[in-house]
Design a protein around this ligand. Structure first.
Ligand code: CUA
Length: 373
């Protein structure tokens, strides 16, 4: 009987360990499949610096944690009341040696840990300098990111997808939305947080303030990010991606972005006269839209609408037709409207989507659905 209950208990423990292992496996590490958004898989020097700090501290914490838990379990079992035994433990009132040591030891541990921590903070806060630094202003909008390349000879304004050259530091100026409290103020003055886990830590983007963050990637690849500060209804739909490529590929990309089709051609193609797209969007390479993304090279981007919809015919025409049904807009007063409610037909939306796919791509792909136009 005793034997069976012990076996049953062992089985329960085994099941619990198995479940914990499966759960923890979902957290991912450096050996599992990459989700491209993983601080445990740093892809550049800044993110690696953070992990190099985190990892030893994690193991120190594991040792201390196991020591405390182990001691607690040992004492609970060793000194538990046994049947037939009735004795009060020896009463102790204060122990100076113990009290001093359990104050000093943690203080020393924390003091030692502070040294590399402060050094890392200072190192990450240092602005990179030199001719190969790329400067980008990151503007938080509800709910998407705008990237403005501010180096001489560049000036590209784009959204959601940031291209960077590998091996070169990228200095970001994180601009919060302008301060405003008037009713209908577009940005609602909320805080966002910019975070590309594989390339560096996160930094809040605060209304009316300007903050610094830097990125650098070791090798070409796509690194995903996500707004990390709750900013309203579509906070989860405020994603971003960094595409790191060779310096030559990056320069080539800049040149393509600087040479979109003419503004007049693009505005005519989207029927701006009827729908007023240019009121919010921009159709010039170096100009930001008043409240919405620059569309000159829209079809070059992998995804749109805060990097949540892959840029393709089906997603694009449905977005043009009725955006609020595809992404919750909450109480924003200025957002991509439901054009179907303003009389746009599905055919008109499809025509605009076809036009954008064919005219805002550097290498337009044949669109079978658009052949008639
Ligand atoms: Cu922007 Cu959360």
């Amino acid at each position: 009987m005793l034997e069976r209950s012990r076996r049953f208990r062992h089985r329960k423990v085994a099941v619990a360990i198995g479940l914990a292992a499966i759960t923890l496996a979902g957290c991912g590490d450096r050996t599992g499949p990459s989700n491209k958004q993983n601080a445990l898989r740093p892809a550049g020097p800044y993110a690696r610096k953070i992990l190099d700090l985190t990892e030893p501290f994690f193991w120190i914490a594991v040792v201390i944690g196991l020591g405390v838990i182990g001691a607690t379990i040992y004492v609970a079992l060793r000194f538990r009341e046994k049947p037939g035994e009735e004795r009060a433990p020896k009463q102790v009132h204060g122990n100076t040696v113990l009290e001093i040591s359990w104050t000093i030891i943690p203080a020393l541990i924390l003091a030692v840990m502070a040294v590399p921590t402060v050094a890392t903070i200072f190192s990450l806060a240092k602005k990179p300098a030199g001719p190969n630094v790329v400067h980008v202003t990151v503007s938080a909008r509800q709910w998407w990111w705008q990237f403005t390349y501010t180096d001489p000879g560049n000036g590209v304004v784009t959204a959601n997808e940031m291209h960077i050259p590998v091996g070169q530091p990228v200095s970001l100026t994180l601009e919060g939305p302008p301060l405003c409290d008037s009713p209908g103020c577009y940005n609602n003055g909320v805080i966002h947080s910019f975070w590309i886990p594989a390339l560096n830590g996160k930094k809040d983007v605060v209304p009316g303030r300007s903050q610094f963050l830097k990125l650098e990637a070791d090798k070409p690849g796509t690194y995903l990010g996500q707004c990390a500060e709750y900013c309203g209804l579509s906070h989860a739909n405020m994603r971003t991606r960094v595409i790191a490529e060779s310096p030559a590929d990056y320069q080539a990309w800049v040149q393509t972005q600087l040479k979109p089709k003419a503004q007049a051609v693009l505005e005519k193609g989207v029927d701006n006269a009827q729908w007023g797209c240019a009121t919010c969007h921009s159709f010039q390479a170096k100009t930001a839209g008043a409240v919405a993304p620059n569309l000159t090279k829209l079809a070059d981007r992998t995804a749109f609408a805060g990097d949540i919809y892959e840029t393709n015919y089906d997603n694009l025409w449905k977005w043009v037709y009725d955006a609020p049904s595809r992404k919750p807009m909450g109480n924003l007063t200025q957002h991509m409207p439901n054009f179907s409610a303003q009389g746009m037909s599905q055919d008109q939306a499809k025509k605009i989507a076809c036009f954008l796919l064919e005219n805002t791509a550097t290498n337009p792909q044949p669109q079978p659905e658009c052949s008639s136009s």
